[in-house]
Write a protein that binds this ligand. Sequence first.
Ligand code: 3HC
Ligand code: NAI
Length: 692
Amino acid sequence: MSAEYKVDGSIAIITMNNPPVNGLGHVTRHAIVEGVRQALNDPAVKAIVITGAGKAFSGGADIKEFNSPKAFAEPSLHTVINVIESADKPVIAAIHTVCMGGGLELALGCHYRIASPGAQIALPEVKLGILPGAGGTQRLPRVVGLELALNMIVSGTPVASEKLAKTALFNTVAEGDLMTAATAFAHQVADVRPLPKVRDIKIDYPNYEAFLQFSRNTVTAMAGPFPAPLKCVEAVAAAVTRKFDDGIRFERDLFLNLVQTTESKALRHAFFGERAASKLPDVPEDTPIRPIKSVAVIGAGTMGGGIAMNFANAGIPVKILEMKQEALDKGLATIRKNYENTFRKGKLTQEKFDQRVSLITGSLSYDDIAQADLVIEAVFEDMGVKEQVFKKLDSVMKQGAILASNTSTLDVDKIAAFTQRPQDVVGMHFFSPANVMKLLEIVRGKKTAKDVLATVLAISKKIKKTGVVSGVCDGFIGNRMIEQYSRQAGFLLEEGCTPEQVDKAVEKLGFAMGPFRMGDLAGNDIGWYIRKRRYVEKPHITYSKTADLLCEMGRFGQKTGAGWYDYKPGDRKAYPSDVVNEMIVKHSADLGITRRKISDQEIVERLIYALVNEAAYILEEGIATRASDIDMVYLTGYGFPLHTGGPMFYADTVGLPNVVMAMEKYAKGRHGDAWKPAPLLAKLAAEGKTFN
Ligand code: 3HC
Ligand code: NAI
């Protein structure tokens, strides 16, 4: 039973009870129908109230069931809503906290709706690549009007119940105890007939054609590769142009088609992937969390400033420590300027601006940060400097403080060993710009305590990051993989591509930027520095020398006004560079390579399968906990196209045997050694399995 039934005098109360959000899974749907039938058969019952237990009215259809027959098993959500709507006793929805998707559709099938203030009302299906499939597109426009309904359905954004109080969606938005108000209302309407039905309301929008055409144009321009937003418009249009039952059938067909699309599967994968990432199999969910009431950041450079802003944005005071007043002043001024820009764009109120700026203070003395609950080091990427800082932190920080490093390449276990408390040391690898990028790689050292991990995972949610745990290895999950991608990009230049061709091929797939435009933005010198280290430490790894030649020309990217591309002052647009293209062609000739025409398909396969193969090693070594964690790293930190679900999901979609077959083909080309399938990939492909 996942709905409880009780009778209070002449009012039956059905309480959906399917934690965490009363998802309308098969069992819950069945229990609701049973409850309604029981109430209808009980002569003592005059009205029915439906509500939700715990922290939601209902979060909608149970998304976990979507890939199983249970999703459409009877009673379907349509049937539930029909049973409610056609009941001959009034049914009242008592709505609180969260009322979304199928939950809202169920409420729209009720004869009356009462809500608590602050309840989040939404049809967020579009965010999962689908549309409301249980009447939402037909009923919502009838109660809130065509425009508002279309906005809500196309954006999926929640609206607070009190903002909808004046619409026909709610009979009352009730202050005070919701169930008291709902039962009182139920008594009031117990004998009122006929029972009002949303389906009978006429939509009044005289010039609807023009509005719908405008919406189609706007949505088409904004939807990118996702089919759902435009289908949402078409379904809402049907609410005006078709009879109700016909509109419902039309909506249903669109829904069933969208559920099957790769885009929707990818979005659902990302939804669950984000939530799964915050769970570690060996760290129980009830692990006590260390309170984080104040934070310190060491280093006010590029990363330190951005990191500090995250905490101030979440209302947590931050102290930044620097070595010299000048560096501190510069760092604090940059932070202030960032907030001023946001304020100027109207994205921050004066009050929030003042609050955030005042939450970030500076110091030159370790004594001032000793009581912080969490300290994040963001000093130069040099083991000697890290050693100095961590030894100092060990001697001054209060017991129980979490000592984190933002290192992007160094060994967190070595850093931990500089202290007497390695259990308190963890990596917190933010991505630049740290106040914007969603990804936070949480690097788990050999000795990192479980409660430290649980705390950092919790705090990452608080500062609105997607925290993904990585084991210790060179580059962690993200950068270790990107190295293989960059290597292939370099080889493609030697074999016949231009930077522009490579970039365009992956940008067509949906990447925000191809590898060469990305290099120009981040600075080509960073990769150069890493390769120089590799030439000494791992001489067996081969790289194309084109990137070194580019750096020798002083072309570090946008910051030097020239990189893989040419740039004009004050213009960030990348212009193909004759000098660079000549250098590339000459390099091929020097290597004795006859350049060939390379297809976009080969470019995409080589770049992405290089990521996938390295990821398979990462998974097998236990550096990543699960394949979806790797997808989350790439979706939130590396601009991997969302509609493909991340590299692992992409490979699963293509089919792992196909991935391996392509790799075998590329193994016959130059640098074929890079294409040895990782054992895990080979095994899954042979068994016909997937990563996810
Ligand atoms: N089905 C199944 N599980 C769901 C769910 C749903 N609709 N919505 C949330 N959950 C689960 C999450 O997976 C998570 O599970 P976990 O604890 O095992 O990881 C748990 O509920 C809590 O979720 P959050 O961490 O997101 O909790 P929040 O309190 O931050 O947010 C929420 C709650 C606002 C409901 C948010 O989870 C959310 O936006 N959920 C998606 C809602 C949605 O898209 N509904 C439409 C579903 S499709 C539909 O209804 C089709 C219909 O039109 C036919
Ligand atoms: P940066 O050079 O911009 O800033 C470093 C700051 O640390 C400088 O302001 C410097 O004065 C200060 N500093 C140096 N030694 C110090 C000490 N002993 N005590 C106090 N302050 C000290 O460097 P950036 O780019 O911010 O990098 C910092 C760390 O973040 C590095 O470990 C880097 O690898 C990592 N990182 C950098 C990313 C990037 O894109 N820049 C991305 C992710 C991680």
